[in-house]
Design a binder for this molecule. Sequence first.
Ligand SMILES: NC(=O)c1ccc[n+]([C@@H]2O[C@H](COP(=O)([O-])OP(=O)(O)OC[C@H]3O[C@@H](n4cnc5c(N)ncnc54)[C@H](OP(=O)(O)O)[C@@H]3O)[C@@H](O)[C@H]2O)c1
Length: 421
Amino acid sequence: MNQNIINARVTFRNSPIHILEKFTIKNMENAYEQFKKHSGLDECVIIQTCNRIELFGKSKTYDLDKIKKTWASLTGLEEEVFDENMEFGENQEALHHLLKLTSGLDSMVLGEEQILGQIKNSITSAREIKASGKHLNTLFDKAIRIGTRIRNSSGISRGGISVGSMAVKLAEENIDELKTKRILLIGAGEVSTLVAKSLQRRGYAFDVASRTIGRSQAFCETMGGTPIKFEEVLSGFENYNVLFVATTAPYFLVTHEKITNAMKDKNNGMMILDLSNPRTVDEKVATIGGVKLMNLDQIAEMVEKNMKTRLNKVKTIENIINEEVAVLEASMKRLDAEPLVKEVFKNIENLREKELQKALQMLGEKDEKKIKIIEELTKAVVESIVSTPMNNIRKASEQGKPDVVKLASKLFDYKKQNQAD
Ligand SMILES: NC(=O)c1ccc[n+]([C@@H]2O[C@H](COP(=O)([O-])OP(=O)(O)OC[C@H]3O[C@@H](n4cnc5c(N)ncnc54)[C@H](OP(=O)(O)O)[C@@H]3O)[C@@H](O)[C@H]2O)c1
């Protein structure tokens, strides 16, 4: 490639979260400005999530030390820490990595969807502030399309995978007409968020109880559900058919006695999913007639099984990525010839137009129909002469033959060739 595509990254693969955080870039606009000014990169895109901070760049000549230096100055880190934590790849490797990102293969939870949205946001904001240009815009648009296609065809992103969505799936499998049943979520923390998201996505109504009503209210404002007073639910489980329990309480919140009492007045069953570790639902409730209890170990086992299905797809996806990288690389290389091709077409078009006007003036031609015929003739002549060499230049560029592009630049007297386009 005449131009290089680079990727410098610090991710959860090499660095624990507390170290990773230190590489976080706070002021994105300033970071783009600094990388472009001081690292020899003329296009940049930064992807920043809780699991990774990644810089993609385009440059004819870049300097890795300068990239590290700039990143260090943005974060206040010593340059040496980059050697232990930073991974680097260029061209084919960088493209390959981007496809792994968009297809979900590099994610902590294989195939998770979030990363694709985060990459879309990164390229959109880089584009808006003109940090990225023709190369990275084209690369990211294509990589997002390829990643989406891979996800759809392989099904790697399909199926519940978090403990939250797996718990909801289990409730669906065990309870008839779940939509008509009353669901209670106890806890308003991280795991409850996963459960709520899944319930919300599938259109189930649910109540939320947390120790303080304020926390439940705040939770429901963002996650959906109806906040219910904690004391009320602890003495009234009979109103519910499904309980999701996800708290860090150091004792049983849901006791044998409470459920026995609740089941006395009920004429239908109850499913309890205890997502807590240590457990906050007494195991003995499983002995009460009409009660089905599932604990975190059983739910985690299902997640694990589901994960295996995803793992089986990795090899197939890797093969697709390897094929796609070659195509992506060719379209990047092709971009190297585009400024020359564009310039040649523009110059020839100007010449054609100038000579056409000259000829029409000499002929004194006024008949629109005849003028149109002459104009079409000039266009056809130009097209038939120029198209083939231009396509060959593009092809040579795609095939990684910069010498041909260089020679063509000379032949067509193209001066901008060495400038960043
Ligand atoms: N995070 C994970 O990846 C993960 C995965 C699987 C299972 N788990 C397990 O799921 C449980 C919840 O984890 P989390 O990450 O959601 O925790 P979290 O974000 O810290 O939330 C904890 C929740 O428990 C509530 N709570 C704490 N002590 C309580 C008590 N004495 N009585 C009633 N409620 C109490 C808190 O209520 P307040 O808001 O009132 O404090 C809060 O709603 C834990 O047992 C954990 O081991 C976690």
